[in-house]
Structure formats: C-alpha cells, structure tokens
Design a protein around this ligand. Structure first.
Ligand code: NAP
Length: 267
C-alpha cells in the first residue's frame, strides 16, 4: 500500500473519548489509512482538532449512519455496551467492516452480531495490547497444571463495566482449558463481595477501580508448594494502537465475526 487512492478509508466511533481520540491520531499517522469520518454525539458539529487535537479537517458527526456517506470501509468502535451494540447493527446493515474495542458484550450479543455480519466482517477484541493477548494465552496454557486460580483486574476510575472484558475472556479461556479447580473454602463472607465475582468453573474475578491506572491484570495460579503470577500492565493508551491498526488492515480478509486478536497474530 502507500498510494493515496489505495488507502483504507476509516471512520472512528466514540471519537471524542479516551480511546477514540487515541485511535483517530493513530489512523491519521498511518500512511496506509485515511481518516474519513468521526462520530460522537457528545461532540457533534465540533471540529475533530478542537475536540481531540487531531488535525484532520474533519467535523464530528452525531450518527453512525453518516459513516456510509463518507465512504468508510472500516469503522472502529470504542464506546460503551449499549451504544456499541447499536453501532454494530448499523455497520453490519451498511456493509462496513467493524473493529471493536468496546467491552461488556454478552454471549447473546455476540450471537446476534454473528447473524448480522453477513455483508462485512467484525473483529471484536476486549484487549488490543499484544502483552494482554499473550497474558491470556499463557493463562490458558498454565490452567491445566494448577489447582486454583483467581484474577485481579485493575482499571482507571472512569470505567463503567466490571469485570473487564479482558478478565471475562481470560476466565472463559482458563475454564475451557481446565474444569478441575479447588472448591472455594469461604463459609462466612463477612463483607459481601469480598471474594469477588464467580466466573466460569468457579474462578473468582476481582475488579479494582483507581484514579491514575490505565488497564492492568494479574492472573494468580496455585498448586502444591508454588504459585505463578502472570501480570500485564497497559501504562498508556498507545499500547492498544498496534493491535487496533493490525485489525483495521486485516478485517476485510477475516471472514465473519472474530473474537480476540489471536488469529490475526497467528497464535
Ligand atoms: P470514554 O472516554 O467514555 O469514551 C467513550 C466515547 O464514546 C465517549 O466520548 C462517549 O460519549 C462516546 N459515545 C457514547 N455513545 C455513543 C454513540 N452512540 N455513538 C458514538 N459515540 C458514543 O471511554 P474509553 O475509556 O475511551 O473506553 C471506551 C470503551 O473501550 C470501553 O468499553 C472500554 O472498556 C473499552 N476499551 C477497550 C480496550 C481494548 O483494547 N479493547 C482498551 C481500552 C478501553 P459520551 O461522553 O457522550 O458518553
């Protein structure tokens, strides 16, 4: 690629948000991509540069439907569950490929997306950071060799869903790799919720929300006389961008709905 006419035309939804604005900058900086539209109802009618500092000459629109009019081939969505869910249906209907970082989708949501994306494809990844993808892979590999496991995920103080999509995907994959985990010994929970949420196969998930953090997760595994800790830290939102750009460039050639980055990374 490289020639202006062959650049992939990209729209960003949630463009005024923490992740959306970082994606706008990453797309703008990539010579193979062209940022053609930005959507965010909160910033409607405002110049993208004023809202985010990304100097592209684009005015932010309120509605996802406007992406088709701007010739977007791929749309990147970093919003929240309800908005993301609606946006994906609109993109599928319009035949626009979707790269989705929004978290909080249920199994039912994913099934619906699978039935809706018939004319275009979607890559939905709860974590676009390569280190986090590897953390999930390592946790899945380690699961059969340990007897107990707990996950602690830690995020910034504005995150609205809990537990994180990364924690949910990690626990699902660990439960898929091993169903043999020791029983929770707790008989008397003095403070409700002290033992966290019970995920698949009874694996406990704990969510920490703290100002100053970005996105972090620790997977703790234990067996006789030893423990293993697998930890990943995103200390800056740019950590997610190589994965987002890889998905934007690959989604047209990745049929249907793909969950996670593993397949795109050859893992
Ligand atoms: P944020 O700063 O709140 O950004 C979300 C943006 O989406 C806000 O500007 C919001 O506007 C906008 N929005 C809401 N409804 C919309 C709609 N219908 N159409 C278009 N835009 C809409 O949140 P964030 O920290 O960027 O996170 C966004 C999502 O990405 C979350 O689900 C988070 O968990 C996820 N995330 C994923 C990854 C990953 O690697 N996959 C990494 C980090 C975060 P308002 O302010 O008006 O609501």
């Amino acid at each position: 690629m490289g020639a202006a006419q062959s650049r992939i035309r990209v729209g960003v939804i949630g463009a005024g948000g923490r992740m959306g604005s970082t994606v706008c900058q990453a797309v703008e900086d990539d010579p193979d991509l062209e940022l053609v539209a930005a959507v965010d109802p909160h910033y409607r009618g405002i110049d993208l540069r004023t809202a985010t500092g990304v100097d592209s000459g684009i005015t932010i629109r309120a509605d996802t439907e406007s992406l088709a009019g701007h010739g977007a081939q791929v749309a990147v969505d970093f919003t929240e569950h309800d908005a993301g869910s609606r946006n994906l249906s609109i993109l599928a209907e319009a035949g626009i490929h979707a790269v989705v970082g929004t978290t909080g989708f249920t199994e039912e949501d994913i099934e619906r997306f699978r039935s809706e994306f018939t004319r275009s494809n979607a890559v939905i990844a709860p974590n676009f950071a390569i280190g986090a993808v590897l953390m999930m892979k390592f946790a899945e590999m380690a699961a059969p060799y340990f007897d107990s496991a707990e996950i602690i995920e830690l995020h910034h103080d504005k995150k609205v869903d809990a537990p994180s999509g990364t924690a949910m995907l990690t626990v699902e994959r660990m439960a898929g790799a091993s169903g043999e985990w020791t029983e929770d010994p707790t008989r008397d929970e003095i403070l409700t919720g002290a033992r966290g949420g019970e995920g698949p196969a009874g694996i406990r998930v704990h969510s920490v929300r703290l100002r100053g953090l970005v996105a972090h997760q620790e997977v703790l595994l234990g067996t006789t006389g030893q423990t293993l800790s697998i930890r990943h830290d995103s200390i800056d939102r740019t950590s997610f961008m190589p994965g987002v750009l890889l998905a934007v460039k690959s989604v047209a050639d990745t049929p249907g709905v793909t969950i996670g980055l593993d397949a795109l990374l050859g893992l």
